[in-house]
Design a protein around this ligand. Structure first.
Ligand SMILES: NC(=O)c1ccc[n+]([C@@H]2O[C@H](COP(=O)([O-])OP(=O)(O)OC[C@H]3O[C@@H](n4cnc5c(N)ncnc54)[C@H](OP(=O)(O)O)[C@@H]3O)[C@@H](O)[C@H]2O)c1
Length: 346
C-alpha cells in the first residue's frame, strides 16, 4: 500500500528537522505531521523549530508527556501510514511503546532511529547505544510491522567539531586509531533528499537500506578542510592502539572513541548503497568542508573556543542542545530555515 500520511517523531532534533523538511519538500507525495512532546516546548529553540515546520505545512500532533502512554499514543497514531523515528540516542527505548502503539493503530511501516553504522557489520558490546538500537531492530523485524532500517555511517555535520576533537581556531585535530581507515559519511541534507524517494521505492519495504554521501578516510577529510581553508591543519594521532576497554588505564572511553574504534576496525564502511545504485546526487566531503570554511567558520570557531564537548548530543542537556542547534544553523542555514536560533550566538 502507498505511503502518504507520515508522522515524524523527534522532528525537533537535528536529524528530525532535516528529515521533516525533506518530506515537506514533496507536498504532492506526502502529508507530513510531527509528534511533539509538550514538555519539549519549554525549550525556546524547540518551539522555534516547531513554528518553522508548521509554517512549511507540517501538522503538529502534541502529546502531553504525562499521557505519553500506550492508549494516548494509539489515538495519536491513528490514520498514519508510516512512523519515522528520529528520537535521540537516550530515547531509543521509547520506540518500543511507539511500535506497539503503531501496530495497534494500523500503521503500515516503522522506520526506527538507526541512522548510523551498518549494524550487520558492527561488533556487539562496543557501545550500549548501538546494542540497544540493534535489539530494537530485531523486535521490529519480528513484529507484523513493515520496516525500513537505514544505515548511513557518520554524519558529515559532526565533523570539524569538538565531537571529533577538531579545534578550528588552532587548526588542530587530536584523533585516535587509524587515520587511513575508510568509512562512510553522509550529510543531513542528502538524507533529507533521499528519504522521500526511499518511502516511494518498493525495494525499501522490509529492507536494510544503506546509503552514504562519500567513503573517506580521516586524513582525507582533514585534507579537504585544509584545501577549503587554504592553510595547513595539524593532525595529531594520540594513540593507534585498539581495541580498548573502558575503565582500564590508557583506555579509550566515551562515544567519540567508540566511533573512532569502529572506523579503525573497518566497521564503518557501507556497502551496496541504495543511492549509489540509483545514481542519486550526493554531497562530497570537499563540498562540505568548503561550506564550513567559506560560509560559517566564525560561528563554528566561536563554539570551539568555548570548548563545548557535548555539542553533538543535544538531548543530554537543554543548553547543549540549543548550542548544537546554533552549530547546525551556522553550518547549514542555506539549506533549511532556522530563523530564531542564531540570536543565541552572542
Ligand atoms: N551516524 C551519525 O553520525 C549520527 C549523528 C547524529 C545522530 N545520529 C542518530 O540520529 C538519530 C537522531 O539523533 P539526533 O542527534 O538528531 O537527536 P536529537 O537532536 O537529540 O533530537 C532528538 C529528538 O527526539 C525527541 N524525543 C526525545 N525523546 C523522545 C520520546 N521519548 N518520544 C518522542 N520524541 C522524543 C526530542 O524532542 P523532545 O525531547 O522535545 O520531545 C528531539 O526532537 C539518533 O538515532 C542518533 O543516534 C547519528
Amino acid at each position: 500500500m502507498h505511503i502518504r500520511n507520515v508522522l515524524v517523531c523527534g522532528a525537533t532534533g537535528q536529524l528530525g528537522t532535516y528529515i521533516t523538511n525533506g518530506l515537506l519538500d514533496s507536498p504532492d507525495d506526502f502529508n507530513v505531521s510531527i509528534l511533539v512532546r509538550e514538555i519539549g516546548l519549554q525549550d525556546p529553540s524547540k518551539q522555534a523549530v516547531v513554528t518553522v515546520l508548521q509554517s512549511r505545512g507540517a501538522k503538529v500532533v502534541f502529546v502531553p508527556d504525562v499521557s505519553f502512554t500506550l492508549e494516548g499514543l494509539i489515538e495519536s497514531l491513528q490514520g498514519f501510514d508510516c512512523v519515522i523515528s528520529a528520537v535521540g540516542t537516550p530515547s531509543v527505548e521509547s520506540q518500543y511503546i511507539m511500535l506497539e502503539a503503531a501496530l495497534r493503530a494500523g500503521v503500515q511501516r516503522f522506520i526506527p532511529s538507526s541512522w548510523g553504522f551498518d549494524f550487520d557489520k558492527l561488533p556487539q558490546d562496543v557501545h550500549p547505544v548501538w546494542d540497544a538500537k540493534r535489539k530494537f531492530h530485531q523486535t521490529l523485524i519480528d513484529s507484523d510491522m513493515d520496516y525500513t532500517i537505514i544505515c548511513l555511517g557518520v554524519i558529515y555535520e559532526s565533523f570539524f567539531t569538538p565531537f571529533f576533537r577538531f579545534d578550528l581556531q588552532k587548526r588542530r585535530v587530536l584523533t585516535r586509531g587509524d587515520p587511513d581507515a575508510k568509512f562512510a559519511v553522509t550529510s543531513y541534507s542528502d538524507i533529507a533528499r533521499w528519504l522521500p524517494k526511499m518511502l516511494l521505492d518498493p525495494a525499501c519495504r522490509n529492507a536494510h537500506v544503506n546509503v552514504y554521501s562519500q567513503i573517506v578516510t580521516f586524513r582525507e577529510a582533514v585534507e579537504c578542510f585544509e584545501e577549503a581553508a587554504g592553510a595547513p591543519f595539524n593532525m595529531e594521532i594520540e594513540s593507534r592502539a585498539s581495541p580498548w576497554r573502558c575503565g582500564q588505564a590508557n583506555c579509550w572511553c566515551g562515544f567519540t572513541d567508540c566511533v573512532l574504534y569502529i572506523i579503525a576496525q573497518g566497521g564503518a564502511v557501507i556497502d551496496n548503497a541504495w543511492n549509489v545504485a540509483r545514481g542519486e546526487q550526493s554531497t562530497s566531503m570537499r563540498e562540505f568542508a568548503e561550506r564550513v570554511v567559506t560560509r560559517r567558520l566564525p560561528a563554528l570557531t566561536y563554539l570551539a573556543i568555548r570548548g563545548e564537548k557535548t555539542l553533538h548530543s543535544p538531548s543530554h542537556t537543554r543548553v547543549a542542545r540549543s548550542r548544537n542547534a546554533i552549530m547546525v544553523e551556522s553550518v547549514l542555514s542555506d539549506d533549511f530555515p532556522w530563523p530564531v536560533l542564531s540570536a543565541d550566538c552572542g
